[in-house]
Ligand binder design. Structure first.
Ligand SMILES: [Zn+2]
Length: 483
């Protein structure tokens, strides 16, 4: 059944059908006997107290792992967690028709890890950002959601010390941050404060625009909380804390914004909410939505128990979502609508070029070695900016209401596609391809169709919820300088 599915799935590509049919004839025996998808080779090095065997056997076959029978799903899929002792671990998998041997090496305990020591400079140094998108971080750790801002090239920062491969940056006498040494170059001249000459506000048909004219590029941060956005511009000589603070009070649903330097002028552009009145029949009319089918082409995404690919399910759900959103009147843009590779950068660029208000990335989930794939099921959804949390919740609530599916919840995570897009951005992990039950769901076309509808309904809920709260004042944004 699974191979029938694959053949149908690829029916847009004759070559692939032929290839699939041929490989079925040629390799049917080995494929059906015992196909281990993970670990990917008979010898593996895995540094984890546990890992798992994921794959499939012929429907109805039994499977033994080191002489113990392990559960096989009705699709033939299996996902079995195993313990790893330090050193060499041997595993023997025996199905009705085939035996496979695995050796997994777990590195021995004891390490030569030495923690880095902070070195404070006697005289502050100047560094300049040398890579676009360089993250400024709240802690000296080069991963996760500790990012404060992302900087363009040419911005100067005042560094007061270093720790490992990070510089410590002084934003103001009371606020410090970190930037990777590899993202900046050292400058010979001493650090000088910037000057804020002027700030202006104007509006166009689509945006509210705030411009801050500075003597040079200087660091900034923006925080969203409820209906208030707080912009801080650091290292400006103006007051005792060297920080200029602006508060923007929103009286509309936030539909994305951008903040970047044009020359030495910092420009904050907040998207206006499109006119939604009289659009009841088409509740998403005037809204631009980018639907992003994760992975594609040579990038398979996660590989499921039945050697089925995440990229295919992402595309299928995304295409249904495109139809559903169009029916609701939205302008929908697809980062890909067939099986091709698209880089993360191109996905972000495309979204920002389209000036979309909403960005939804569709994925299916996998797990690290340390987690048991039998125990993880269902949907989770991710945002990076606080502004996107309500949309993320609305989508996942809708999925929870209409699908008979475990809901893991809404989480904050630093995925490039939700971090670098100026739209309100969400990434959805629909279900786990390496869990046999979820895998079966994802293989089911009507599940994917229903899932897309739930996502579309969630987006509609977000756009329309709390409408009464929003006043009809002409000026929907209040802007003030705090210090
Ligand atoms: Zn993915």
């Amino acid at each position: 059944m699974d191979f029938l599915y694959i053949v149908i799935y690829y029916n847009h590509n004759m070559k692939k059908i032929l290839f699939t049919v041929l490989s079925l004839i040629l390799f049917a025996n080995t494929v059906f006997a015992l196909d281990v998808v993970y670990p990917t080779s008979a010898y593996a090095k895995i540094n984890s107290p546990t890992t798992f065997f994921v794959g499939m056997v012929g429907i109805g076959e039994k499977l033994f792992l080191n002489n113990e029978e392990i559960p096989v799903h009705r699709t033939g899929a299996f996902a079995q967690s195993v313990k790893l002792n330090p050193g060499r671990n041997e595993f023997v998998l025996v199905s009705d028709r085939e035996t496979k041997n695995y050796v997994i090496e777990r590195p021995l305990l004891g390490s030569n890890y030495k923690p880095a020591v902070f070195c404070k400079y006697n005289v502050p140094m100047t560094v300049e950002v040398s890579r676009a998108g360089a993250p400024l971080r709240a802690t000296a750790v080069q991963e996760g959601i500790n990012r404060i801002s992302h900087f363009q090239k040419g911005m100067q920062l005042k560094t007061i010390g270093e720790l490992g491969n990070m510089y410590k940056v002084e934003l103001s006498p009371t606020q410090q941050a970190w930037i990777a040494k590899s993202d900046v170059k050292m400058k010979a001249e001493p650090y000088e404060k910037a000057f804020l000459f002027d700030y202006r506000e104007r509006e166009t048909e689509t945006d509210y625009i705030y411009e801050f004219a500075l003597s040079k590029r200087t660091p900034y941060s923006i925080a969203e909380g409820g209906d208030i956005m707080t912009l801080k511009i650091f290292n400006v000589g103006a007051n005792c804390d060297n920080t200029a603070v602006f508060k923007v009070t929103l009286n509309q649903r936030l539909m994305g914004y951008s903040l970047e330097y044009h020359g030495d002028t910092l420009v904050l552009k907040i998207k206006k909410e499109p006119n939604l009145r009289r659009a009841k029949k088409f509740p998403l009319r005037n809204i631009k939505i980018v639907v992003d089918a994760g992975h594609g082409g040579r990038e398979l995404g996660a590989v499921g128990c039945c050697r089925n690919y995440e990229k295919d399910y992402n595309l299928s759900i995304s295409k249904y979502l495109e139809q559903d959103l169009k029916k609701m009147g939205a302008n929908v843009y697809m980062t890909r609508n067939y099986d091709k590779f698209v880089s993360l950068n191109d996905r972000v660029k495309y979204t920002n070029e389209k000036d979309a208000q909403i960005f939804v990335s569709i994925h299916a989930n996998s797990l690290p070695d340390s987690k048991n794939p039998q125990k993880y099921r269902g949907s989770s959804a991710y945002y990076y900016y606080d502004e996107a949390r309500p949309l993320t919740e609305a989508i996942l609530n809708s999925v929870g209401r209409s699908m008979n599916l475990n809901i893991e919840g809404v989480r904050q995570a630093s995925f490039a596609v939700v971090r670098n897009t100026s739209a309100v951005s969400v990434l959805i992990e629909t279900a786990y391809v390496i869990n046999p039950d979820d895998n079966e769901l994802l293989m089911n076309d009507s599940f994917r169709k229903q899932y897309a509808q739930a996502v579309a309904d969630g987006i509609k809920d977000y756009v329309w919820q709390n409408r009464t709260r929003i006043s009809r004042h002409k000026h929907k944004i209040k802007f003030e300088k705090i210090s």
